[in-house]
Design a protein around this ligand. Structure first.
Ligand SMILES: [Ca+2]
Ligand SMILES: [Ca+2]
Length: 149
């Protein structure tokens, strides 16, 4: 059994704890941010859950961290899966239909100012880590699926 517990430590800070069967409550992560979402899903389709932590860390910025739980019960960060976005879009979906979830981020493309375009990046699994799979420019008219800032 996996239980993830959140504790607010102030207006802009959270502590994430994990409780696995027959193990003590273990601190997982401290977040300086003003919102947090914790999701447990099998990102790499190996039959074991991963823990995804998504948070706002500024007016528009988001951060994302992904953890794996090994069969012995220890929890560790997945290499390459600490991501950020300066536009509030980080989400995940099986974009290529291979059964594994990919992670998408969208950042402002500051090289195009004053026209505000975005750079969308998709990350996915390569062995035991998460790596950048693709990058593309996105204009605001192309399916602007931004989340609330
Ligand atoms: Ca998994
Ligand atoms: Ca996929």
């Amino acid at each position: 059994m996996l239980i993830v517990r959140l504790a607010s430590t102030g207006l802009t800070a959270y502590e994430v704890f994990v409780l696995l069967q027959n193990r003590p409550l273990t601190p997982l992560l401290h977040i300086d941010g003003h919102s947090i979402e914790v999701t447990v899903e099998d990102f790499d389709a190996d039959g074991r859950p991963e823990i995804a932590v998504l948070y706002h860390c500024g007016g528009h910025s988001r951060g994302f961290v992904l953890f794996r739980i090994d069969p012995a019960g220890s929890v560790s960060r997945i290499p390459g899966a600490e991501l950020g976005s300066d536009w509030p879009l980080i989400d995940w979906h099986d974009f290529d239909g291979d059964g594994q979830l990919e992670i998408r981020t969208r950042d402002r493309n500051w090289s195009k100012v004053p026209i505000m375009d975005y750079v969308e990046k998709v990350y996915g699994w390569k062995g035991t880590s998460v790596q950048l799979l693709s990058t593309k420019d996105v204009t605001p008219s192309e399916g602007d699926t931004r989340a609330d800032p």
